[in-house]
Design a protein. Sequence first.
Length: 292
Amino acid sequence: MTFEEVLDQAIAMIQRRGRVTYRTLQRQFQLDDTALDDLKGSMELLADRDPEEARQLLDPVLERMMAAVHRYEGTVNLVMGDGIMALFGAPLAHEDHAVRACYAALAMQAAVKQYASEVQRTYGVPLQIRVGLNAGEVVVRAIGNDLHMDYSAIGQTTHVAARMEQMAMAGSILMTQALVSLAEGALALARAHQERGNQAYALRLLGDIAARRDPPQGESAVAHYQQALALAGELGMRPLQAHCHLGLGTLYATTGQQEQARAELSAAIELYRGMAMTFWLPQAESALAQVE
């Protein structure tokens, strides 16, 4: 949708209502991040299963993906048989919508990976999701009547996000440079306002992004993780310290640095166990077992 079309719609709203608040316009024409996520190979996974068994496999995946979106205050605006579409920054506006979208993508991959191990043991089949992320301008609108209401987003941003999701490898997150730039901007903004806690979170996120590139950007990832660790240590942010150790350990394991991987993963396990973080503890233990 062009700027002229958006402007025409805004003027039409004012003419119809006589008065329109800034909040209404902000909700109608929103800058946001779009995430699309689906279950890779779902047709093959469900090919020989009855509908009830298929539902038992798929519903927990969708529930975990939606929970990750809601955890970071995103909106799930579309559920497709084996995937979802989510918005960050609309209808609930956040200045850090890009960071929230990235963390939600990481959280859903972690949650589904944990569930996938259960599926592998029970059904003997692999299970992975792929995530596509994009940032940009969209027009959001509610469509429906008294019996049914849909909240949708329209614009090139959503189409590009869909393409990123389709191109992503199973178990991976594929994002546009526009989203990476916004994540980098979050760090710059936190530094400008001397918000050290937000600096630490942004640094860890940039470490995760660098570590998950293909190939991994090892030096950049290590530098971001270590800066985040230092800040988290000074501020007493123990969960963030554990996440950074896990990220470093996973990176070192991927790049063949076994000794460093064991040290970092052991540190993560000790912190997770001390804080009774039962979601993350098995993941760190599993990662360490694969190294050893």
